[in-house]
Design a protein around this ligand. Structure first.
Ligand SMILES: [Zn+2]
Ligand SMILES: [Zn+2]
Length: 258
């Protein structure tokens, strides 16, 4: 690209790539925390006509010009700071690990959005690692590919079909040892908080009691049930999956294992 050429960011902001590095930087708050971007990346947004003329006279020969690779990296950082869509039934899919920063081009919208979904997809097409969060949130992926993000297995209350569809077709799923199951409570889908183990569950005695009842129902002796509950590990071979009701705030969980 010629130093004086003008291109456009996805935000529609005019951007000239040939810039001189400045010693200061700007902090941008994104969904992924704070990212400090060198002023060189942001400068074109504010650049005055006088500075443009000044740059043209230098034709990018400044020894302080950031390299193309540097600018590419900075632009990637810029893309990653785009705010993720909100998922009412899976409030932090980055923390639960199913949405990750990535340079993947989304197979649905054809754009590189800075993130890709790596959770389960139930569809005829192979969509794993190929959908951006935005095409999940707006239902575009579900509509275009008849994609579902749950295995269709529900726990808890019966709910209206549209409530189930909001979870099944517009919410990132999660990975479990067996087919993942979603909790419904108070006529709504519960919010998935993530995989947890006995350490995380220590502050949820009511959830531990719920899991104890579940394991007792399997006909296990009580010592085996207690051993099982103590062995739960969010990264181990027996894991609990924690939800919170969006209506009554009750915490809910179930377990599975390898
Ligand atoms: Zn997309
Ligand atoms: Zn509830």
């Amino acid at each position: 690209m010629e130093p004086s050429s003008v291109t456009t960011l996805s935000t529609g902001v005019p951007f000239r790539p040939a810039l001189r590095t400045r010693a200061y930087s700007v902090t941008i708050k994104g969904s992924f925390g704070k990212v400090r971007l060198p002023r060189a990346l942001l400068e074109p947004i504010h650049k005055s006509r006088a500075l443009v003329q000044d740059d043209a006279s230098h034709r990018g020969h400044s020894p302080l010009s950031p390299s193309f690779a540097d600018r590419s990296r900075l632009l990637r950082l810029w893309a990653v700071t785009e705010l993720l869509p909100e998922f009412p039934y899976h409030p932090d899919p980055v923390a639960t690990g199913v949405i990750v920063p990535s340079g993947t081009v989304c197979i649905c919208c054809g754009r590189e959005r800075g993130y890709v979904y790596k959770g389960p997809v139930y569809a005829a097409d192979e969509l794993a690692y190929r959908l951006c969060p935005w095409c999940i949130a707006d239902g575009g992926a579900a509509e275009r590919f008849d994609a579902h993000f749950t295995a269709g297995t529900c726990l808890g209350d019966d709910v209206a079909l549209e409530v189930f569809a909001a979870v099944d077709q517009r919410t990132p799923g999660f990975t479990a040892w067996q087919e993942p199951q979603w909790f419904f409570h108070c006529a709504d889908g519960a919010a998935f908080l993530g995989p947890v183990g006995s350490a995380e569950l220590a502050v949820y005695p009511e959830v531990l009691e719920m899991l104890r009842r579940e394991a007792n129902g399997w006909g296990w002796p009580s010592e085996q049930v207690e051993y099982f509950l103590a062995s739960l590990d969010k990264d181990g071979e027996a894991t609990a999956y924690l939800f919170r009701c969006r209506v009554c705030a009750a915490h809910l969980a179930y377990t599975d294992f390898a």
